[in-house]
Design a protein around this ligand. Structure first.
Ligand SMILES: Cc1cc2nc3c(=O)[nH]c(=O)nc-3n(C[C@H](O)[C@H](O)[C@H](O)COP(=O)(O)OP(=O)(O)OC[C@H]3O[C@@H](n4cnc5c(N)ncnc54)[C@H](O)[C@@H]3O)c2cc1C
Length: 435
């Protein structure tokens, strides 16, 4: 047993755990952070887009030394069918601002940097240490953790569970249920290396400008999911993910899906000549608001992916992780200063504070989207991309057919694919889920 007792133990050194540990250590609390990986970031997979606002609220001057790849000046949204894509691009010189809003990052480097900040703020960070269970007193209050190290029992007044999507410690302690296959996506990702100049020429970039492409359509084989390509300085992050429940029903493996995606005629030229150096898979909690578990109890609270805080519609996760980590930490510091015990009644303040943030507001706004997408996967990710691509082709092909006839053709093709009632019903259900 480690004799020293801590104010707080943070389980996990991803964005949520780092945000929490940093915020509390900076305020003088005695913090121990435990990470099972060889180093922070070694186990972590992300696209990755970093949303500056969430980090700025924790480390305002992070741009001075954080390992940032490119700042995003262009967002592309593509809908693929088998041979084509229909796209919407938004590019603005305004994003070349003094303090850019979004960056691409490489998580292994970013997490290491963040962890150095946590140490510099005064926390003790122990890697290669897996928390195996929570320790409780006779009344059930969490009073520490057991780890896989010899004699690795460590005591603390409070434990922050920032253990990511699997949440095994919380699960073993009965604080949350097992993840449901229809509430979690499995994503696979590769790093494609290319010379900097090739990336800049291919994506119309200069300096540290970056482009991100979010993609949906037939490339997920009728499953609920999306793909992405993000530009880093000398590499492209390329990935695809679908709901686990869909993979279970389908005979497609994640690897086969990624291969098919990379070979799509609209994607292949973007990756041509690249050297693949990394392949990784990871789960993403995409069940939305309804899957958020109990967030606090006597001596513990949950942050980040472990709390199911991911906005799948906007592809946001790490910013929700950092924000929940920060808010949890601020609540703990506040209670400590007031000398209030870390019991459920007092920790309810964490949930109250979260309600005021974009995190809970967005989670609530999109609470019905996961169900809508699952129920309509074939239509949303198969039929509509095909119909929209066909319509675009009919419209843009100049072949001697007059435009009024083309309009009729497009309308007919939609009505053949989906009845008018079906079309109106889908639009109505989407609007209701989106509200
Ligand atoms: C392919 C992919 C692409 C993504 N793209 C984006 C993106 O572009 N932008 C974005 O904002 N989000 C993105 N996300 C989501 C984002 O990665 C997560 O929301 C974010 O990492 C959650 O942070 P976290 O700290 O809660 O969990 P994690 O980052 O998963 O960190 C949890 C940490 O806890 C450690 N741990 C787990 N169990 C234990 C234990 N028992 N003991 C000790 N340590 C433990 C793990 O090793 C890990 O380091 C993406 C996710 C994936 C999979």
């Amino acid at each position: 047993m480690i004799d020293e007792k801590f104010d707080v133990i943070v389980v996990g050194a991803g964005p949520a755990g780092n945000a929490a540990a940093y915020t509390m250590a900076k305020e003088g609390l005695k913090v121990l952070q435990l990470e099972r990986g060889e180093y922070p970031g070694s186990k972590n997979v992300q696209g990755a887009i970093l949303y500056a606002d969430a980090l700025e609220k924790i480390i305002p001057d992070f741009r001075e030394d954080a390992p940032l790849e490119r700042h995003v000046i262009e967002q592309r949204m593509w809908m693929l069918d088998d041979n084509s894509y229909v796209g919407m691009h938004y590019r603005s010189e305004d994003f070349n601002e003094e303090k850019p809003n979004r960056y691409t990052i490489i998580r292994a480097q970013f997490d290491k940097w963040f962890s150095r900040k946590v140490r510099d703020a005064g926390a003790v960070v122990l890697c290669e240490t897996t928390v195996t269970e929570l320790l409780r007193d006779t009344r059930g209050k969490v009073i520490g953790v057991r780890t896989d190290r010899a004699g690795g029992t460590i005591m603390a007044d409070m434990v922050v569970l920032a253990e990511g999507v699997n949440g095994l410690v919380g699960q073993r302690a009965g604080l949350r249920k097992e993840l449901k296959p229809d509430a979690v996506a499995l994503a696979v990702k590769e790093m494609h290396f290319l010379p900097r100049e090739t990336i800049e020429a291919r994506f119309n970039l200069k300096g540290n400008e970056g482009v991100v492409i979010e993609i949906m359509g037939t490339v997920t084989n009728g499953m609920t999911g999306t793909a992405f390509i993000y530009t880093n300085q000398e590499s492209l992050s390329v990935g695809i993910g679908c709901m686990v429940s869909d993979f279970v029903k389908s005979d497609t493996s994640p690897y086969a899906l990624l291969e098919a995606f990379k070979n799509h005629p609209s994607i292949k030229p973007l990756l041509a000549g690249s050297e693949i150096k990394e392949y990784a898979g990871h789960l993403i909690p995409e069940g939305g608001y309804k899957e958020i578990p109990e967030l606090y109890g006597d001596g513990w609270l949950v942050v980040g992916d472990a709390g199911h805080f991911v906005n799948a519609v906007h592809r946001e996760g790490s910013n929700l992780a950092m924000t929940t980590g920060r808010i949890a930490a601020e609540t703990i510091v506040w209670l400590k200063r007031r000398r209030d015990p870390f019991i459920a009644d007092n920790l309810a303040e964490y949930a109250r504070r979260l309600e005021q943030t974009f995190v809970m507001k967005d989670m609530k706004k999109y609470k019905d989207i996961p169900n809508f997408l699952h129920a309509k996967a074939d239509t949303v990710f198969g039929l509509y991309p095909r119909l929209i691509s066909k319509a675009a082709q009919t419209w843009f092909r100049v072949d001697g057919v007059d435009k009024r006839t083309k309009e009729k053709e497009i309308l007919q093709s939609f009505r053949k694919g989906r009845t008018l009632t079906g079309l109106i019903g889908d639009a109505f259900k989407l609007a209701r889920a989106w509200r």
